[in-house]
Design a protein around this ligand. Structure first.
Ligand SMILES: *[C@@H]1O[C@H](CO)[C@@H](O)[C@H](O)[C@H]1NC(C)=O
Ligand SMILES: *[C@@H]1O[C@H](CO)[C@@H](O)[C@H](O)[C@H]1NC(C)=O
Ligand SMILES: *[C@@H]1O[C@H](CO)[C@@H](O)[C@H](O)[C@H]1NC(C)=O
Ligand SMILES: *[C@@H]1O[C@H](CO)[C@@H](O)[C@H](O)[C@H]1NC(C)=O
Ligand SMILES: *[C@@H]1O[C@H](CO)[C@@H](O)[C@H](O)[C@H]1NC(C)=O
Ligand SMILES: *[C@@H]1O[C@H](CO)[C@@H](O)[C@H](O)[C@H]1NC(C)=O
Ligand SMILES: *[C@@H]1O[C@H](CO)[C@@H](O)[C@H](O)[C@H]1NC(C)=O
Ligand SMILES: *[C@@H]1O[C@H](CO)[C@@H](O)[C@H](O)[C@H]1NC(C)=O
Ligand SMILES: *[C@@H]1O[C@H](CO)[C@@H](O)[C@H](O)[C@H]1NC(C)=O
Ligand SMILES: *[C@@H]1O[C@H](CO)[C@@H](O)[C@H](O)[C@H]1NC(C)=O
Ligand SMILES: *[C@@H]1O[C@H](CO)[C@@H](O)[C@H](O)[C@H]1NC(C)=O
Ligand SMILES: *[C@@H]1O[C@H](CO)[C@@H](O)[C@H](O)[C@H]1NC(C)=O
Length: 807
């Protein structure tokens, strides 16, 4: 081994020398390598095709291993290794001494190994070869092929290439992104050639948008092949020899033309020809393509169509789509017209479905356009005027499609986001009526301030109207789809440009935030740390934010502030409010959080109408999980110190999100009790604050217990205007009821809860465990979560109160 090493190094040095001076034509001997950073390739004997690295356009210094037309000016790529997996500059492709074709890094990490794709073992390879057909092969000693690139097509097939039953082509992500895209071509086992869209995450195929007429009824004759023969014709061949032509046009002799057929990233499958003699100005010209019109063909309930969500598709001269955004929308990614469009505002339905919105919105007519399949309401017979009005007054309506005579009656379909499969075509005899913001209108959303009592009843009303909640849910789901889509796109770009992406919070200037909050105009609430204002950031998707102005921050806590901000911003959990950014400018210390559209748990719980039992349970479970995360799962343990309903916020899906966490350190030099006094809020504060005992995570468990009782009973922890005096202090009353077996009294007129007394009892028992005066008796939040979820049995709790003579 030891003596083989220098030999090896010497050998590869020789190869380096050799490859630096000569391009390899035809046969590639075993043990040869190609490097991404030299410009060499393995070329076919005629020079028509080349195998090697191609640099991806863009900033990242990334390459793909590919086969391309070497004499065509644009060097059109016809195949990529590992579906266009981008690799860094120090990568190499090696035909090893035993004939394996591998793509690896300079350190030897193997990205891709051709043989692994079909478990080739125990064969004796002789050489590799780039053939004149565009097929790269590894041949065995007896000249049969062990591996060939033609067996693993990506998005293109070439003359002499054959696709067998269950074979497929996959489109690439976009023009310059060779990773797998949304469209597929399949040859089914009954002989049908189909094109379909798929879900990129799961590869789940959606309904086909093109099905060929090539299948036969008798499945026993169905040994099919899709053949691209050497004369340049594509057809489906049945086992018994009969064929079904796909190429109908006349084909020029392949001695003078190159041919290829590509499934494009926009879903169109096209056969092209390209003259071989070169003047430098030749291009690929279309021979035939399927489907006839991609814009009208992609009718599947799922997926966005070729142009992405919320866009329209217009068929071009070359049978490929071009995309655009309808009125009120703009491109999600300004550099990619195929990635869909975003809405100019996020529409919020608050006071039921019909709010008079004529003053803020207007209708823009967009003729010859349609977004089929996504209507949520059909109104017929309806005039165009009625259709306009109906959409304007309906907060879910984004566009109404009208079909009918100019002034007479017709049909009206109302649609919500996201719009899919949009098409714009002179043949579409419909008018799209888009609801857009008036040029000067700003969205006047009634704020859900936690301090304004009068809004709470309407808020809760709208939550509780069942139908309305359902529509809310659907609307939110629609938005999530778009976000998901954006996220996915991001994921792709991330994969393409691997870099360490830090999730540092954004730093804002005071002026930024002053502008965002319109001079700190709209107050959302006041907390222990200062006032919270509503703000609007100029860009971004969900750009409403809550800006917290800290007022009692330690003077010389400069470094500490930065540390705390970075700790807080590293806590990501679905039950925590996310910190988006901060401002640290002299005396100005501000924190920028996500805006929580549904206000605080306090207004939700203690409003006029009692929220549903199930919803309350979900919220309680969510808070428990959030606290468990703060105590046990995030990198730095965080004691909240001020758990109370005012600090629990509700997002658009009424998920509980804990706010104000991690701020305790900003107010005090350490996270233990100091002489400056008790932190926390009366009624929720654990007794150790008053006794000379250290403060631990158990203070949060105590506050959680109190709040859990509030959630169960839908009342505040202390209420002095109760009819009966013994009910004034919730923790006392709850324990009395539990001890006396009168739990029903706690949920007296709550039908939902009363029908589930077993659950009520369990929750009360958990709560009593949490409010034990002795901290060590209180369970950890992890145990609380397990008890709530029913994983751990809840035992009977002892009396929580240490005798009063103690204090
Ligand atoms: C490649 O090698 C095979 C077998 O050794 C030989 O038949 C063929 O002619 C070679 N091709 C070229 C272009 O050298
Ligand atoms: C590689 O080829 C490209 C284009 O032909 C050229 O611009 C570049 O300078 C070449 N690089 C090297 C290292 O030869
Ligand atoms: C060549 O060798 C392979 C195994 O290495 C074998 O499967 C194949 O049948 C052989 N072909 C011929 C023509 O001998
Ligand atoms: C062929 O098979 C596919 C899937 O199995 C099916 O959807 C399609 O209808 C079949 N075509 C014919 C003509 O039977
Ligand atoms: C398939 O055949 C049917 C009837 O024979 C015809 O209406 C349809 O247009 C054909 N589809 C294609 C894609 O050729
Ligand atoms: C198809 O072929 C299989 C065996 O090859 C046979 O068992 C089956 O009966 C045949 N089906 C028909 C419909 O001919
Ligand atoms: C290729 O297919 C076409 C159409 O089926 C046929 O006319 C032609 O003869 C075929 N060429 C060869 C070389 O088989
Ligand atoms: C092959 O099968 C097809 C479909 O069943 C039939 O139409 C054709 O006549 C057959 N051809 C021959 C040569 O048997
Ligand atoms: C397919 O196309 C070729 C060339 O145009 C033609 O010769 C042949 O008859 C066609 N075959 C069928 C089955 O249509
Ligand atoms: C390309 O250029 C040649 C001569 O420069 C000219 O004869 C030919 O018409 C041009 N072709 C196209 C498609 O413009
Ligand atoms: C080469 O590619 C560019 C961009 O993809 C395109 O605009 C241009 O028309 C192509 N040229 C030829 C000759 O195909
Ligand atoms: C809208 O704004 C423009 C320019 O800012 C102004 O000229 C116009 O009067 C405004 N219209 C209304 C209705 O406020």
């Amino acid at each position: 081994m030891a003596s083989a090493l220098p030999h090896l190094i010497c050998c590869s040095f020789l190869i380096l020398l050799l490859s630096a001076t000569a391009q390899t034509y035809g046969n590639v001997s075993l043990g040869t390598s190609l490097f991404a950073d030299d410009n060499l390739s393995w070329t076919s004997p005629s020079g028509d095709f080349a195998f090697g690295f191609r640099r991806l356009p863009g900033d990242g210094d990334l390459f793909v291993l590919a086969i391309w037309f070497a004499k065509v000016p644009n060097k059109t790529i016809v195949w990529t290794a590992k579906n266009g997996y981008p690799v860094p500059r120090d990568s190499k492709a090696e035909l090893t001494t035993n004939g394996e074709l591998v793509l690896k890094s300079s350190e030897g990490t193997v990205y891709w190994d051709a043989w692994k794709t079909e478990n080739i073992e125990n064969v004796e390879a002789a050489y590799g070869a780039m053939l004149d057909t565009g097929n790269f092969v590894i041949a065995s000693k007896n000249s049969s092929y062990i591996w060939e690139s033609f067996k693993y097509p990506t998005d293109t097939i070439l003359p002499t290439q054959v696709i067998g039953v269950k074979g497929q082509l996959s489109s690439r992500g976009s023009e310059n992104n060779y990773l797998i895209g949304r469209f597929e071509l399949h040859l089914l086992d009954n002989g049908s050639l189909v094109l379909n869209q798929m879900d990129l995450q799961t590869k789940f195929p959606y309904a086909a948008y093109y099905v060929s007429n090539t299948s036969v009824a008798n499945p026993n004759e169905s040994s099919y092949r899709m053949v691209f023969n050497e004369s340049g014709y594509i057809y489906i061949q049945i086992k018994n020899g009969s064929i079904s032509n796909l190429t109908q046009a006349n084909i020029f002799p392949p001695t003078e033309f190159y041919y290829r057929a590509t499934l494009h990233f926009d879903g169109v499958f096209i056969q092209y020809s390209h003259p071989k003699t070169s003047h430098g100005n030749e291009t690929w010209s279309r021979v035939w393509s399927i489907p006839d019109n991609i814009c009208v063909a992609t009718y599947s309930t799922y997926g966005s169509g070729p142009c992405g969500f919320n866009s329209y598709c217009k068929l071009g001269q070359d049978m490929r789509p071009s995309c655009g955004c309808p009125p009120g929308f703009s491109l999600l990614d300004p550099n990619d017209q195929f990635n869909g469009c975003k809405h100019q505002y996020v529409q919020e339905c608050k006071e039921g479905r019909s709010g008079a919105m004529d003053d803020q919105f207007e209708i823009i007519e967009f003729p010859h356009a349609d977004w089929p399949l996504t209507a949520y309401e059909e109104l017929s017979p309806y005039t165009k005027y009625e259709c306009r009005k109906s959409c304007l007054r309906d907060c879910f309506c984004v566009v109404a499609i009208f079909s009918g005579t100019k002034e007479g009656e017709g049909s009206c379909w109302k649609k919500r986001l996201p719009l899919s499969n949009g098409k714009l075509d002179k043949g579409v005899n419909r008018i799209a009526l888009f609801k857009v913001l008036k040029p000067n209108a700003s969205l006047r959303n009634p704020p859900h301030s936690v301090t304004k009592k009068n809004n709470e009843s309407t808020l809760i009303l709208s939550i509780l109207l069942g139908g309305s909640a359902l529509f809310n849910f659907l609307f939110v789901a629609a938005i999530f789809l778009i976000v998901f889509y954006m996220f996915h796109k991001k994921l792709l770009t991330l994969r393409q440009f691997p870099s360490t992406l830090e999730t540092n919070p954004q730093s804002f200037t005071y002026k930024d935030l002053e502008e965002a909050t319109d001079g700190f105009k709209e107050e959302l609430g006041r907390g222990a740390f200062g006032i919270v204002y509503k703000g609007l950031l100029p860009s971004g998707f969900r750009n409403h934010v809550a800006v917290k102005k800290l007022d009692k921050v330690l003077e010389e806590g400069e470094k500490e502030f930065k540390t705390e901000v970075s700790v807080i911003s590293q806590t990501h959990h679905k039950n925590l409010v996310r910190l988006l950014g901060f401002c640290d400018e002299g005396e100005h210390r501000l924190l920028v959080y996500e805006y929580m559209i549904n206000g605080s748990l306090s207004s939700f719980l203690f409003g006029i109408l009692r929220p549903a039992w199930k919803e309350r349970l979900q919220i309680a479970f969510g808070i428990a999980r959030g606290l468990m995360y703060l105590h046990e799962e995030c990198s730095t343990q965080i004691i909240h110190c001020d758990i109370k309903p005012q600090n629990i916020l509700l997002d658009e899906s009424f998920t509980a999100r804990i706010s104000d966490f991690g701020l305790a350190k900003l107010l005090m030099s350490n996270q233990t009790r100091t002489r400056t006094g008790v932190r926390g809020t009366k009624g929720y504060v654990a007794p150790e604050w008053f006794r000379n005992k250290p403060v631990t995570v158990k203070v949060d468990v105590y506050s959680f217990g109190v709040m859990l009782l509030e959630i169960i009973c839908c009342r505040k922890s202390t209420e002095f205007n109760m009819k009966k005096e013994e009910e004034a202090i919730l923790v006392d009353w709850a324990f009395d009821c539990y001890r006396d077996g009168r739990l029903g009294k706690l949920v007296e007129d709550d039908e939902e809860a009363r029908s589930n007394m077993k659950m009520v009892e369990k929750l009360i028992m958990v709560a009593i465990w949490c409010i034990q005066d002795e901290p060590s008796l209180r369970p950890s939040m992890k145990k609380v979560t397990l008890m709530l979820e029913g994983v751990v049995e809840v035992s009977a709790p002892p009396c929580p109160f240490i005798l009063s003579s103690f204090s």
